[in-house]
Design a protein around this ligand. Sequence first.
Ligand SMILES: C[S@@+](CC[C@H](N)C(=O)[O-])C[C@H]1O[C@@H](n2cnc3c(N)ncnc32)[C@H](O)[C@@H]1O
Length: 282
Amino acid sequence: MVFIPSKARPAYHRALLNRLLGRREDAAELCKTALQTADYSVAHLRAHQMLAELEFPGEDYFRVLARIHEHLKPATYVEIGIFQGESFEIVRPETLAVGVDPSPRIRKQLSANQRVFAETSDNFFENRDVRSELGGKPIDLAFIDGLHLFEFALRDFINIEKLCSPDSVILIHDVYPIDDTSAARERASWFWSGDIWRLILTLKKYRPDLSVNVIAARPTGLAIIQNLNPESRVLEERQNEITDEFLATDISVLDGRKAEMLNRFPNEWASISRLIDTRGRA
Ligand SMILES: C[S@@+](CC[C@H](N)C(=O)[O-])C[C@H]1O[C@@H](n2cnc3c(N)ncnc32)[C@H](O)[C@@H]1O
């Protein structure tokens, strides 16, 4: 094997030093310099991770997800994209949970209330009776974290919303890109969020009836979508048009106004719990 030195290394080491000295803005700029050329080196991955920590200093998405499960105590849960089961392990034992992933690599044994389907989410929604898998109940809480491409996440959202109730919550991972390399549609580095940010712009434009908030949680944001309407067919009926429109939208539209365009919400549990707590509302 030929060792190819990473171009990211010198800038990443300077970023490390600057962060140690408390110069956060300089550290972030040096991370961006390190990330200018995509590669699969350790220095490149670490530069992405540091940039995410500098952008989102609070709790990571696993912790926020765990808090949401504890707070909502959902009767039913659907997760798209399981990988090693790290987020699926967070689910409470009482929750009836269904996971979907074409190649899951689960490390822990599933509990009696948990089931994982080894197939794509498109296949799952097309061929399974999801409601009967959930004991005839609607989906209370869902987490979309499958393929990091906009049109796939859009289809997951459409399929999931139909199975929800107006009080359900849909979470979407990887919606707040931290740089262009990690947001590319074609993966070019370990750290990859893809173009799921396009789904947030879609929901804001075509479904103004939804409540859309993106928690500033590491590594790349966690969207909380509420005020769902399982009867709505807007996204489904205009799916091709929406896909064409947003695939033609360059990431530079976020320049200088990313937080506003992606409805960034502070990663503070007191505010998040108020946001998701629909109990007692008129
Ligand atoms: C980022 S990982 C999920 C991580 C997991 N949710 C966690 O937080 O621990 C993304 C997963 O999506 C899965 N995936 C890829 N294409 C998919 C598809 N079409 N439908 C469902 N899952 C898919 C991949 O196999 C991969 O395991």
